[in-house]
Design a protein around this ligand. Structure first.
Ligand code: UD1
Ligand code: CA
Length: 458
């Protein structure tokens, strides 16, 4: 069975942070996760991560999802892969994919296409390469009539070799048995005194095995980040790439300023995404919506024809033809049903808002089940927390909640019932009733005039 070894031992000193480089994020996800995702999407589930610098952070991030091995000293890429030999030996009859945990744009198609070539040609090693404008710093690919003869590192290259623009992406397919054999023969006889993984190529060629290069159609496979500027560039590349795919799917952008869309986000045709909008996680947006400006939507589902304007929404579901905003927060566990309207300065938390219900302004609805066609006046508060426990409010269809009502949970407002403005409701209100809880208005005639006279005397 085929497996993968992902090198994630690097520190990334120039990032100036105490974190392994592969954990730095591109579009909100660690680079390591991008690499793992590409493996998984190409069908390789047997993965071993080589950790080194701040290994405990890699462990904590992976949470036991994959096997890991520790490279206690950083003695080069060949040395890093050597640490995974026990892992490879468990399944040595197939092929091993070696990837860098800090080159996030390796894609599943490149992985599968290169494996196909690797198998069809009976290669012992197939290097995934890319042709770049500026090859400086990368290992150069030395091609021959029937494959490649070696990879020469920048520091070891001659002037002529430095002109070669086909470079080693740092990703390879090996026949597992051959890789294990070649790793045993690596030496540190080079300008950096390291065990170069790339030296396995001439070792295998000397044994009469085949080595070749697979040039990826994706020029970004090689991209990595050495510093914060590089990380920003990775984010920019990923951002533009993803927006490009949505454009092809019929999503409208008139300006892409500040728009960041996670790689798993799905958006329907005819939807418009406005500036400053950040969509992340497993978010799905339907067709013909307007999202933005300045929305943050995380792990949420939005139906068709919905308009969100300055909305933050987390782990929630919003159905069709809903209008929300501006300045609204929808917190986890909420479900806003079709045709609902939610206006400025409203917070909804862990609540259901029924069809056609209106919560127009300055209202908090938490831990509540609200029916359809309910109207909330301005300034309603569901009092869901008594300092110890949270309780739910139930508001049935067609109820009318007057302005500045406090609904002290647990409490139920029956179908079509009214609460009078300013009431603090502590008992259930039956269907079609009016609940009013406030003193009568008392008028004191001439009071203000007397006050004014006293003030003038002083
Ligand atoms: C390596 C390749 C080079 C290629 C380039 C692509 C070698 C000798 N050279 O160069 O041909 O063009 O990658 O980026 O392999 N790592 C460890 N432990 C180590 C050393 C490295 O885990 O002891 C990991 C790093 O964290 C990184 C990957 O291996 O994920 C590549 O290491 P890096 O030092 O960046 O390799 P380069 O010298 O740039
Ligand atoms: Ca590198």
């Amino acid at each position: 069975m085929d497996n993968a070894v992902i090198l994630a031992g690097g520190q990334g000193k120039r990032m100036k942070a105490d974190m392994p480089k592969p954990l730095f994020k591109v579009l909100g996800e660690p680079m390591l996760e991008w690499v793992i995702g590409a493996c998984e999407n190409s069908g390789i589930k047997d993965i071993c991560v080589v950790k080194g610098y701040k290994a405990e952070m890699i462990d904590e991030y992976l949470g036991g999802r994959y096997e890991t091995v520790l490279q206690a000293e950083r003695l080069g890429t060949g040395h890093a892969v050597m640490q995974a030999i026990p892992f490879m030996k468990k399944n040595s009859d197939g092929n091993t994919l070696v990837l860098c945990g800090d080159a996030p744009f390796i894609d599943s198609k490149t992985i599968s296409d290169s494996l196909k070539m690797h198998k069809e040609n009976g290669n012992s090693v197939t290097v995934i390469t890319s042709e770049v404008e500026n090859p400086f710093g990368y290992g150069r690919i030395i091609r021959t009539a029937n494959g490649i003869s070696s990879i020469v590192e920048e520091k070891d290259a001659t002037v002529e070799q430095k002109k070669i623009r086909e470079i080693n992406s740092g990703a390879y397919w090996f026949r597992t048995e051959d890789l294990i054999e070649a790793l045993g023969l690596l030496t540190t006889d080079n300008s950096q005194g390291e065990y170069y993984l790339t030296d396995t190529i001439y070792i295998l060629l000397e044994k009469g095995r085949k080595a070749d290069a697979f040039k990826s159609e994706n020029p970004n496979v090689v991209l990595g980040a050495n510093d914060r500027r590089g990380l920003l560039m990775l984010n920019t590349t990923a951002r533009e790439d993803i927006i490009g795919k949505h454009l092809e799917n019929g999503v409208e952008f008139t300006c892409t300023d500040g728009i960041t869309i996670g790689r798993d986000v799905v958006i329907g045709a005819g939807t418009q995404i406005l500036s400053g909008t950040v969509l992340s996680g497993k978010t799905v947006i339907g067709s013909d919506c307007v999202i933005g400006p300045d929305c943050i939507i995380e792990n949420s589902t939005v139906g068709n024809g919905t308009k969100l304007n300055y909305v933050q929404c987390y782990e929630s579901q919003i159905d069709d033809n809903v209008k929300i905003g501006p300045f609204v927060q929808v917190r986890p566990g909420s479900h806003i049903k079709s045709g609902a309207k939610i206006g400025d300065f409203v917070e909804i938390k862990n609540s259901v808002i029924g069809e056609e219900t209106a919560v127009a302004h300055l209202t908090y609805v938490g831990d509540s089940d609200v029916g359809g066609c309910v109207n909330f006046g301005c300034g309603v508060v569901t009092v869901n927390y008594d300092g110890e426990k949270k309780s739910r409010c139930t508001i049935e269809d067609n109820a009318f909640i007057g302005c500045n009502t406090n609904l002290v949970a647990p409490v139920k407002i029956g179908k079509g019932a009214y609460t009078a403005a300013g009431s603090t409701i502590t008992k259930d209100v039956p269907a079609d009733a009016l609940a009013i809880e406030r003193g009568d208005t008392k008028t004191i005639e001439g009071y203000a005039a007397r006050k004014l006279k006293n003030r003038k005397k002083k």
